[in-house]
Write a protein that binds this ligand. Structure first.
Ligand code: BGC
Ligand code: BGC
Length: 860
């Protein structure tokens, strides 16, 4: 291929009609086979007696039981109800924790002291003290039980600036090293103790079977064996070994096994979706981690958002009570997921006796806690919830608090490890994180022995992952989605570039970091680091497994053409179809989401100064690597197993193999790509969304750089901001509206996103405003819409330059803003701007985005 003829379209071959037909045939087959097995009541029902019976490793402790009975006898009904409710620190004050006697608080992925996700660790410890003081205050005559603070320390104490961040679970799975996992658990617990929390919502023990799921990276493996071995190791690391004095001592704390159960098995890999696995698969595959973690003394389990056979796990008594407690011997307490109870039929965020009666011991009720407290109290009073059930749940919560010594512990800042700031990112912790990152790297290809290179090499490094610790860390890092994190936010981290720079400097080599890939001096080898940008939960769900961005591919091809050896390093939360990139690289490393220790890459890629290998690659795939981009579930043991790289694959310098040229047929039909979060990019509607102008009921689709609506009420015109035509000027002269609508009239369901604190973000400037009414919102058809009134804000910001509006999705749920049958589960136009006229506005971008604290119900 010559440089002039090089076009990405040639690299990503478009599908042939044959493959389309083939795909359609597969879809049909799936539907048929599902229909072939009639859904009888029996195969949609759990038979607890068919699950292995396991004794609890935690025998009844008479001393603790006596204390619990004594306390229960003194507690009022209000105190008991408070004990089983967990509120989010962004929505509850210490004063309220005291008044409502809440048993627990959490910080959600985006919640932090002073609403600052990148604030000082000191603030965390201070706030922990404030909540502790409030909960133990007995001035109102109450018993004063310390509230327990839970946090998602899912890859290290990942909410805290300066903490040691380990690879996400998927990378750890590649290491297949339970002892390493135990050490990571112990370090994580210690670093959490520094900032005063009591409890981590980890480990995720999902056995992920469909890599399209946005939480694939939270899973160790598609195979139950690794998950089983790791689940007990990490629980032992976090909690300390049961039966020894270290169990739940001041160096350890409470772990959570989540999400019970079947979260990794949802149909199409849809987050919070429906798991259609049989009872046997649920028991033998998805539940693998629970048996071992419970045997290791796991103290809490989180109910899954997902359903099994159409029944929401939060309301599933068979599994939450009869299996988890009755068969598996679980002796801690269960906690719900973020408003997960609201999805149970008949429930809402603020009322759900069904979940509680099914065996959910503590509700995670982030901002809904107050309403839930009231309704639960009434349900106990009216007998919908029995007092016996309430006492049982409260006892379970108290038992865990007694076991961990919380009932008698001093305030958080007075406990062991608290305020020992030097422990955050301590060198000995980072060394373990580096070891883990190194062991997580999987060498997929190493033709011509390009790796390892000499320490005296001249290296060029490029790609948006080259010097980007935020990208290395992925989601659940400082904030929920892991977006917007810069190297400076990781004072104890190192990027890949920084790590390579050190290794090469030591051996007399050089490194050039180049954003464009252009170089001053011809390198011996070009390292291109690229991959998925951070995401969490449903934001990471994908319709297929094609890696969509061709930037790195083009760079690799350019280097190859110039005869320069190419090394691709791919950051991702799952295996993806990257055959074109594999073809353009001599060596290819799957690096997953390795965390703060970028130096790990240099450890394996650069030889020692004496020419010997420093560290070999040892990572082996714990997830099968796909042969095409369709995202059809691919798991070791499948009947027709045809991976590109099989489960267990991974090259080393001892065991090499040449990877031949690969097919570049992705297997995707052109229509597979759906996009439900980028609506308008660089001045244009992003497919499959179209910009429409509606004027006296007549619709004009915007197809040209200049377009006028049918009756001339609105005109749009492309305009330059940073680049040519990267914005659009909308001039509304008379009553009309512009909207973004799906080209095939499809609808979005944004219920989960609105609960998950997502916002619609608009980059815009108001050029002129006559002060007439302007409304911004979304619609689901004619007279089916929800708007926020922005008339005043737009008038005030006219002529004042560019702004970014972030409007919370949940604002559109407000009945006061709704007209017609609008609901967030049926959005056909995710953006509508309506005005009575006299408005000129310029727009660059419209997208869905996680609220990082700035979003509200208006534009500012
Ligand atoms: C997630 C959980 C997490 C919780 C608290 C939920 O949305 O599913 O894994 O522990 O939020 O942040
Ligand atoms: C997540 C929380 C997160 C929240 C954002 C939820 O869906 O599970 O952890 O903090 O959305 O506010």
């Amino acid at each position: 291929m010559t440089k002039a003829s090089f076009r990405p379209a040639q690299l990503r071959t478009v599908l042939t009609a044959f493959l389309v037909l083939h795909l359609l045939a597969c879809v049909d087959a799936e539907i048929e086979s599902a229909a072939a097995v009639p859904a009888t009541a029996d195969n949609q029902r759990i038979h607890p007696e068919r699950w292995p019976k396991q004794e609890s490793p935690l025998p009844v402790d008479p001393a603790i039981e006596a204390k619990i009975s004594e306390l229960l006898a003194r507690m009022t009904l209000e105190e008991k109800v408070g004990q089983i409710i967990q509120a989010d620190i962004d929505s509850v004050t210490p004063e309220q924790v005291k008044r409502y006697h809440l048993g627990s608080i959490l910080n959600g992925g985006n919640s932090a002291p002073n609403k600052d996700n990148r604030g000082s660790p000191i603030e965390w410890l201070k706030l922990a003290d404030a909540f502790w003081r409030a909960s133990t205050d007995t001035s109102d005559g109450g018993v004063g039980i310390p509230a327990m603070w839970g946090t998602d320390a899912v890859h290290g104490q990942s909410k805290i600036v300066g903490a040691t961040l380990f690879p996400h679970n998927i990378g750890l799975g590649m290491a297949n090293d339970p002892d390493l996992i135990r050490r990571i658990g112990a370090i994580t617990a210690k670093e959490i103790r520094v900032t005063g929390q009591d409890w981590t919502f980890a480990p995720t023990v999902a056995v992920v079977r469909n890599d399209r799921w946005g939480r694939t990276y939270e899973s160790y493996s598609e195979h139950p064996d690794i998950v089983r071995a790791y689940a007990s190791a990490v629980v032992e690391g976090v909690q300390g070994k049961y039966g020894t004095p270290e169990f739940l001592d001041g160096d350890h704390l409470v772990a959570t096994i989540k999400h019970f159960v079947g979260d990794g098995g949802t149909d199409n890999g849809i987050d919070t979706g429906n798991t259609l696995a049989s009872e046997e698969e649920l028991r033998d595959l998805h539940a693998a981690g629970y048996y071992s973690a419970i045997a290791a003394g796991a103290q809490t389990a989180m109910a899954s958002y997902s359903s099994w056979q159409g029944q929401k796990m939060h309301g599933n008594k068979d599994l939450l009570t009869d299996v988890l407690v009755g068969r598996m011997g679980f002796a801690g307490f269960t906690v719900g997921d973020w408003n997960g109870h609201a999805h149970v039929p008949g429930c809402s965020e603020t009322s759900c006796a069904t979940a509680f009666n099914a065996g959910l011991d503590m509700f995670m009720a982030p901002s809904s806690w107050q309403g839930l407290y009231q309704s639960t109290l009434e349900q106990v009073r009216s007998g919908v919830i029995s007092e016996a059930r309430l006492n049982e749940a409260v006892s379970r919560v108290l038992r865990v608090k007694y076991r961990m010594g919380l009932m008698t512990a001093p305030m958080p800042s007075q406990r062991k490890n608290a305020g020992q700031w030097q422990l955050l990112g301590a060198p000995e912790h980072r060394a373990v994180a580096r070891e883990a990152a190194r062991k997580s790297l999987v060498l997929l290809k190493n033709n011509h022995g390009v790796l390892p290179f000499k320490a005296s090499s001249r290296v060029l490094i490029t790609g948006d992952g080259a010097n980007n610790i935020g990208k290395q860390c992925g989601g659940w890092t400082l904030n929920w989605q892991g977006t917007g994190n810069l190297n400076e936010h990781f004072p104890n981290g190192e990027s890949f570039y920084q790590g390579l720079q050190k290794a090469l400097a030591a051996g007399g080599g050089t490194i050039e970091l180049s954003e464009s890939g252009d170089f001053q001096q011809r390198p011996d080898v070009a390292v291109v680091i690229f991959g998925e940008d951070p995401y969490a939960e449903f934001q990471g769900d994908r319709p297929h497994l094609d890696f969509p961005d061709d930037t790195a591919l083009l760079q690799l091809a350019r280097f190859k053409q110039a005869g320069i050896a190419t090394v691709a390093v791919f950051l991702s939360g799952r295996p993806m179809w990257v055959n074109p990139e594999l073809n353009q690289s001599d060596a290819f490393v799957a690096a997953w989401l390795p965390g703060t220790e970028g130096g790990a890459l240099a450890d394996v890629m650069v030889r020692k100064s004496d020419g010997s290998v420093n560290h070999d690659f040892s990572g082996k795939l714990s997830f099968s690597w796909p042969n095409d981009a369709t995202g059809t579930p691919l798991n070791v043991g499948d009947k027709d197993y045809q991976p590109l790289f099989a489960y267990g694959y991974g090259l080393s310098y001892q065991q090499s193999a040449t990877v031949a040229a690969l097919s570049e047929s992705s297997g995707l039909s052109p229509g597979t790509v759906v996009n439900t979060d980028r609506f308008f990019t660089a001045g244009k509607a992003t497919a499959p969304w179209q910009l429409q102008l509606t004027d006296q009921g007549d619709v004009t689709v915007v197809e040209n750089p200049v377009q006028v609506s049918r009756h001339s009420a609105v005109t749009v015109q492309a305009a330059d901001r940073k680049q040519q035509e990267d914005t659009l000027i909308i001039d509304i002269k008379n009553k009309s509206f512009v909207s973004l609508v799906h080209e095939k009239g499809e609808r979005i369901n944004w219920v989960r996103q609105s609960n998950g604190d997502m916002a619609l973000e608009i980059d815009y400037q108001v050029i002129a405003s006559a002060g007439k009414p302007v409304r911004l919102g979304m619609a689901c058809g004619v007279d089916c819409s929800s708007y926020v009134d922005v008339s005043r804000e737009f008038a005030a910001s006219a002529g004042k330059g560019w702004r970014t509006a972030e409007v919370l999705l949940r604002c559109f749920n407000d009945p006061a803003r709704i007209s017609g049958e609008f609901r967030l589960d049926r959005v056909s136009a995710p953006f509508v701007l309506a005005s009575d006229g006299g408005l000129t506005i310029q727009i660059a971008r419209i997208r869905l985005k996680a609220n990082e604290g700035k979003a509200s119900c208006t534009v500012n």
